[in-house]
Write a protein that binds this ligand. Structure first.
Ligand SMILES: Nc1ncnc2c1ncn2[C@@H]1O[C@H](COP(=O)(O)OP(=O)(O)O)[C@@H](O)[C@H]1O
Ligand SMILES: [Mg+2]
Length: 246
C-alpha cells in the first residue's frame, strides 16, 4: 500500500478553551475524492481550518505528502499543496472574476506562463467564468461563485483541494454541474476532500466517506457500502429512506 496523501491521526482542536475536535482519524488517498459529512455544528469546518493551519491543533498528527503539517502556518500548508475552498465562497467584492482567480496563485513562484496556463485550465473546466471574467465576482450566481471559489483553489496548483459545503444553498442543477466538473478535475489527477452536510451529493462523488458527529468520526468507509448500511440510513439517510417507502 502506498502512503496516503493525507493522514490525520488522533487530532484534537477547537477555539481557545472550547474543544471541538476529539481524536479525529482521517485518511485521503492519492487521486481519490473523499468526503467528510455531518450535520450543522458537527465540526466539519473546524476540521478543515485545523488542517489548513488557520487553527492550531492541541494534539495529534497531520501528515501530508510525507511532511508533518500539524501546527504549520496557513501559507506553509498552502505551499505544501493543500488548498482550502472556504464555506460561503468568500470572493472579493470589487474584483473581477479573473482577479479573484489570480489571487489563488499569489504564493506561486513558477512564473507568469504557468499561472496563465492554469487560468486557461480553469476557464476550460468552467467556461462561464471565461465569459464573465471581467465581471465583479460577487455579481455571479451562487453556482458561478462556487465555480470561481473552486477555480481560485485550483490556481494554487494544489495536490489536495478541500471544499467546504460546495452544494450549500445551490439549486440541484448547479450542484450537478459542479459535481461533474469536480469528477473531471479528479480524473486529471487532483485529489479532493469534500465537506458536506448533503450526504447524498457527497457520497455520489466520493469513494471514501467519514461521518463526523459532535467532533468525532463515528462511521467511515467506502461510500457505496455506507449508503446501504443500517447505521447510515438511520442517522443520515433516514428521511430519504422514509420518503422512498412512503
Ligand atoms: N469561532 C468559533 N469560536 C467558538 N466556537 C466555534 C467557532 N466556530 C465554530 N464554533 C463551534 O464549533 C462547533 C463546530 O462548528 P463547525 O466546525 O463550524 O461545524 P460544521 O462546519 O460541521 O457546521 C460548533 O459547536 C460551533 O458552535
Ligand atoms: Mg461548516
Amino acid at each position: 500500500m502506498p502512503e496516503p496523501l493525507l493522514e490525520v491521526r488522533d487530532l484534537a482542536g477547537g477555539y481557545g478553551d472550547v474543544q471541538v475536535l476529539w481524536g479525529i482519524d482521517l485518511v485521503v488517498e492519492e487521486r481519490e475524492i473523499a468526503c467528510v459529512v455531518g450535520s450543522n455544528g458537527a465540526g466539519k469546518t473546524t476540521l478543515l481550518r485545523t488542517i489548513s493551519g488557520m487553527l492550531r491543533p492541541t494534539a495529534g498528527m497531520i501528515r501530508f505528502a510525507g511532511r508533518d503539517l500539524a501546527g504549520a502556518a496557513p501559507d506553509a500548508v498552502l505551499g505544501a499543496g493543500i488548498a482550502h475552498v472556504p464555506e460561503g465562497r468568500r470572493l472579493f467584492r470589487g474584483l473581477s472574476v479573473r482577479d479573484n482567480l489570480l489571487l489563488g496563485a499569489y504564493t506561486r513562484s513558477d512564473g507568469r506562463a504557468a499561472v496563465e496556463r492554469d487560468l486557461a485550465f480553469v476557464y476550460d473546466v468552467f467556461p462561464i467564468l471565461k465569459e464573465r471574467r471581467n465581471q465583479d465576482a460577487t455579481t455571479l450566481s451562487g453556482g458561478e461563485q462556487q465555480m470561481c471559489a473552486i477555480g481560485r483553489g485550483i490556481m494554487a496548483q494544489p495536490k489536495l483541494l478541500m471544499i467546504d459545503e460546495m452544494s450549500l444553498g445551490l439549486a440541484p442543477r448547479a450542484v450537478e454541474v459542479l459535481g461533474e466538473a469536480l469528477a473531471g478535475i479528479n480524473r486529471r489527477g487532483l485529489t479532493i476532500l469534500l465537506v458536506e452536510q448533503d450526504v447524498i451529493t457527497a457520497f455520489d462523488l466520493a469513494r471514501h466517506g467519514f461521518v463526523v458527529d459532535m467532533g468525532r468520526i463515528t462511521i467511515s468507509g467506502n461510500t457505496a457500502t455506507l449508503s446501504t448500511s443500517d447505521a447510515m440510513r438511520g442517522a443520515y439517510l433516514g428521511s430519504v429512506a422514509k420518503s422512498e417507502v412512503g
